[in-house]
Design a protein around this ligand. Structure first.
Ligand SMILES: [Zn+2]
Ligand SMILES: [Zn+2]
Length: 599
């Protein structure tokens, strides 16, 4: 047991040791930043105490460096609100003298409004309406009057006879779309049940984070098979018969349920929380009033996954729930931005250089999106945005620079800066990356994103500070500093080039609900998908895939690149084995991989 005094003495010694590190060389300093940020015992989840501790550390460093709060802000800390999630606050349903409550029988949909609705129930098949001009007609509501009633529908889409119609119906089978269809026809509430022939048969739908941002203007809940059967019994109908008829392609008319005045009470609790961006700047020392773009922004997200509670953790079974340190993702990027600020503080500057430490990146680029929506200076006054996300695990001198197509000036700037740095640069055009540079690209700013590649510790508790390559992390910061200096010295503006997203690219990224446990190696150009590793115990590992394998075919579909792979992910189903053809040391092999559902 320690008495209070020695503890204080220890803290003072630690602070002295840290000060000592700052007086030392840049590599020791950048190491001290990563170690301090990644040491957190809670893992920097947006809105948590760990986030606030990391923010305090970054703020103290900015103060030491001499950076100022942004114009119009009294503080480095700039808060933003976000919906942290939704949970069922105790929904229930009552019919014919019976009442059901509890998650196994009734759960509000995360898109539901809260409220209590009483009224008659209408069965409306799968609840799907194809808009005109789709080449096929399908309307579950044809000849049905659902005004002021409660609509009961099946989850998913019918297994129609021809694949093209099936594919079309599936596109309009999302819960939001079904809720919209019911609401626009005047229904007061929507009930959804998974039919006996569907996946998750008879189970209510768990609430998920991604659809929880707001209510969709209707009371909506999912119910168990037990509740659905109780609803249908007075009409003498069975759910299985009706689903079989609907799936056979026959048009089955909807109908009013007999003797069923139902009272549905849906309760959705949306939790609002506050995240904190940390923003500062070094004002121009030689301002040029004629410059059209007097700002440059350099940024990185400093938030991470906490204990992995938001569902985007890749922790194996044995490590689930442990703190995710995020040393590479993204203490490394945050440390790089601090190092760039430190270097630029001593240089003459024609432009203002802003330094951004975003929170909420892991929950969907929330912090950078909030800034771009409500910026401290107009976005068309920003010459460029440089982003750093996972820059601490360089291998073989390889540095990936993404979004290079956002300005015609980038290739030349990068080439000249790299004369001194000497990296093997991998330039990638595409600005539609799943990191904060995407927010600035959307706002019409020329961006770059720096990245040293994926690895087996990505989004796992094992992403720790001892695995960081500090020498090369410091070289990345020095390289970026040289780039910022070049942009800061320019007379002419950086002209932004808009790059259209590849068809389906965004949708597939947002819609992926499948976990394969593959870790693509983005740093190497290869024909097929080169694996940088596999998540231990994950589906790819169990299928016998390993680092260095090149996937060339999935489910009969050729895989030429990462895009093909994302499309292939779309077509995969959880728990359904799919054939994977891959090359190992040039030899063609095949295996069966069984994807898991993402939590
Ligand atoms: Zn990241
Ligand atoms: Zn991440």
């Amino acid at each position: 047991m320690n008495a209070p005094l020695p503890i204080i003495a220890c803290a003072a010694l630690l602070a002295l040791a840290q000060l000592d590190a700052y007086a030392q060389d840049p590599v020791s300093r950048i190491r001290a930043h990563v170690v301090a940020l990644a040491a957190d015992t809670e893992g920097r989840m947006t809105g948590s105490a760990g986030e606030r501790r990391a923010a305090d550390y970054i703020g103290a460093q900015l103060r030491r460096i001499g950076a100022q709060a942004l114009p119009g802000q009294g503080d480095y800390r700039v808060p933003f609100q976000f919906t942290a999630g939704a949970r069922d606050g105790g929904s229930s349903i009552a019919l014919g003298g019976r009442a059901f409550a509890g998650r196994t029988d009734v759960q509000a949909l995360s898109l539901s409004d809260s409220g209590t609705i009483a009224g008659p129930v209408v069965f409306a098949g799968y609840g799907i309406v194809l808009p005109d001009g789709q080449g096929a007609g399908y309307d579950s509501y044809a000849s049905l009057d659902v005004k002021d009633k409660i609509v009961l529908v099946l989850r998913y889409a019918p297994e129609a006879a021809d694949p093209q119609t099936k594919h079309l119906l599936a596109r309009y089978s999302g819960l939001r779309y079904k809720a919209l269809a019911a609401r626009t026809r005047g229904a007061k509430a929507l009930l959804v049940v998974s039919g006996p022939n569907s996946p998750n048969a008879g189970e209510p739908i768990p609430m998920s984070l991604d659809t929880a941002l707001s209510g969709s203007g209707i009371v909506a809940a999912s119910i168990s098979a037990r509740v659905a059967e109780a609803l249908l019994a007075p009409s003498g109908r069975a759910l299985s018969d009706m689903q079989r008829a609907l799936d056979s392609g026959k048009h089955v008319a909807g109908f009013d349920l007999r003797d069923t005045s139902v009272t549905l009470s849906a309760s959705v609790v949306r939790e609002q929380q506050t995240g904190n961006n940390i923003l500062a700047y070094l004002p121009a020392t030689q301002p040029s009033p004629g410059l059209a773009q007097p700002w440059i922004v350099v940024g990185a997200h400093y938030d991470h996954l906490g204990h992995g509670q938001a569902g985007n953790s890749l922790a194996g079974k044995d490590e689930a729930g442990r703190v995710h340190h995020g040393a590479d993702d993204n203490a490394s990027g945050s440390a790089a931005v601090l190092a760039i600020a430190e270097a630029l503080a001593r240089e003459p500057r024609r432009r203002n250089i802003a330094f951004a430490f975003w929170s909420g990146e892991e929950l969907g680029l929330l912090g950078s999106a909030a800034f771009v929506a409500n910026p401290a200076f107009p976005m068309d006054r920003v010459a460029a945005y440089l982003n750093f996300d996972m820059v601490g695990r360089m291998r073989d001198n390889k540095l990936v620079v993404q979004a290079t197509a956002t300005s015609a000036a980038w290739p030349g700037i990068l080439e000249r800066a790299n004369v001194a740095a000497g990296f093997d640069l991998v330039l990638q055009d595409d600005p539609h990356q799943p990191t904060d540079s995407a927010s600035f690209n959307q706002a019409g700013v020329a961006t770059l994103n720096f990245f040293t590649g994926a690895h087996a510790d990505y989004h796992r508790p094992t992403d720790t500070a001892d695995k960081i390559n500090y020498e090369d992390l410091d070289r990345v910061a020095a390289f970026a500093t040289a780039i910022v200096k070049r942009i800061a010295a320019r007379d002419e503006p950086m002209t932004f080039v808009k790059v259209e997203p590849r068809a389906g690219d965004r949708a597939s990224r947002a819609g992926v609900r499948i976990f394969t446990g593959t870790i693509p190696d983005y740093t190497t150009e290869s024909k097929g998908l080169l694996l940088g590793g596999v998540v231990g115990g994950g589906p790819a590992d169990r299928a016998g895939l390993q680092k260095g394998d090149v996937i060339v075919e999935i489910g009969g579909q050729t895989i030429a690149n990462i895009y093909d792979y994302t499309y292939a992910l779309d077509a995969m189903k959880a728990d359904q084995p799919i054939k994977v053809v891959y090359l190992r040391s040039g030899e063609r092999r095949e295996t069966m991989l069984t994807p898991a559902a993402r939590k």
